[in-house]
Design a protein around this ligand. Sequence first.
Ligand code: FAD
Ligand code: NAD
Length: 480
Amino acid sequence: MSEKYDVIVIGSGPAGYVAAIRAAQLGLKTACIEKWQDSAGKGVNGGTCLNVGCIPSKALLDSSHKYHDAKDAMSGHGISTGTVTIDVPAMIKRKDKIVKQMSGGIAGLFKANKVSSLYGTGKLLAGRKVEFTALDGAVSELEADNVILASGSVPVAIPMAPVDNEVIVDSTGALEFDSVPERLGVIGAGVIGLELGSVWSRLGSKVVCLEAMDSFLAMMDQQIAKETKKILTKQGLDIRLSCRVTGTEVKGKEVVVTYTDVDGKEQTETFDKLIVCVGRRPFTEGLLSGDCGVNLDERGLIYVNDLCSTSAPGVWAIGDVVRGPMLAHKGSEEGVMVAERIAGQKPLLNYDIIPNVIYTHPEVASVGKTEEQLKADGEPYNVGVFPFVAIGRAVAADEADGMVKMLAHAETDRVLGCHIVGPSASDLVQSVAIAMEFGSSAEDIGMTVFGHPTFSEAVKEAALAVNGHAIHMPNRKRKK
Ligand code: FAD
Ligand code: NAD
């Protein structure tokens, strides 16, 4: 007899593990299957996010920022640090310890919530049955009333730059360098390119980012993107747009990259390491039997509706393996929604208000519509922009680069979007996301009392600027 569950989740990344915990909280008998193994062959939870994504990249971003601060930024405060050195293996060891602690935390949460944690591979069969192949190779069949697919994503590979994990690496390899490469190439100036490029640039690498598109951070508000490029360039990142990589040749310990530049001229550049980070693709290999009834779309994503139902009854899919931004928190919220739907509740997920953060320094964060999207939609809007250089706390902290930009409906004043490059942008944008969830107007935010001196005063001033009422700068348009 196969073991029967109310819910089986396949994949324990931030989408799957959150779905499993919420389902168990709601009294459903839940199992979560995970195939990820650590270097010792032991099963680990947490998926991309905890093992090779959000958490380890932020650990290295924080270490490298502290190094940069100690080496270059403290003298202005009258602090002399002497010679500052970086022990890369120690930095990587610290990152590994954090990863272990966080993924171990999920095992603890599963235990506390009575989620059955099964290490091995899950394959969906017809009729909500799941073939489970344990890490030791033993195969069994499980059954469930509902199956949630949360198999995540993997880096996109490109034939002209094959990853060898020595000289040419993907985002995972770029978290494992044992020394600072003198010359670092990055293919793709997207989120990963900028975050991991920043890590190694702060530690001393000369970083060149080769980006195929002619605009920088094309999906972001372009005023904020332009400001971001200016700041990152000043920090030493060499970002080259409209560059098409045509080939790579590994020669011993270095790689020669050939590309056509913005003028269509062929160029070459030699690097000690090359990171390929040109996007991620959904991962469904070995997940679905031919007769399970789940359809994929033309991009290989599992096809789902707004409620994350697939084409097979009782089978749901969430996270990076379905449409929408490939962000940990988007998948987690889908996990909660699906678990609650299975338990008979009727939650909805507001896909219009999903914050997005790039953890450079300063951070870049956004929520809602960009100015370009509002223009394309023909939506009438007002815009308020406020620079951090006019914020006392930012000047005092030597964090005065950047700005807050707020967009509100021209007639109703409802906040439609907020885009920030500047100190603590990730936290500031979250406060606007909360306001947007409650249907706030720019005037509502402008009328709210903000503590002084805080970085968040830039949010209040940008909201005031929407209607020409900013206090600490001249307003472009004046209204009574
Ligand atoms: P995943 O985290 O990919 O997890 C899927 C899991 O399913 C994996 O553990 C996999 O082993 C398992 N699995 C797959 N198939 C099977 C099977 N058949 N049987 C059993 N198990 C299976 N996002 C953010 O929001 N903020 C960030 O700061 C951020 N930083 C990132 C930095 C980097 C370097 C990278 C690479 C990504 C980053 N992301 C970030 C993206 C984020 O990691 C993903 O959006 C998120 O992990 C997706 O969650 P998921 O649960 O859908 O999939
Ligand atoms: P991305 O989509 O952010 O950026 C990829 C970049 O590569 C794009 O600018 C694209 O134009 C460019 N590109 C594509 N093909 C190219 C080619 N052949 N040559 C040169 N440039 C090329 O993807 P990513 O940086 O790989 O990150 C993958 C996903 O992981 C992101 O979409 C994001 O959802 C997630 N992520 C999020 C965070 C975060 O939230 N802070 C951090 C890292 C990753």
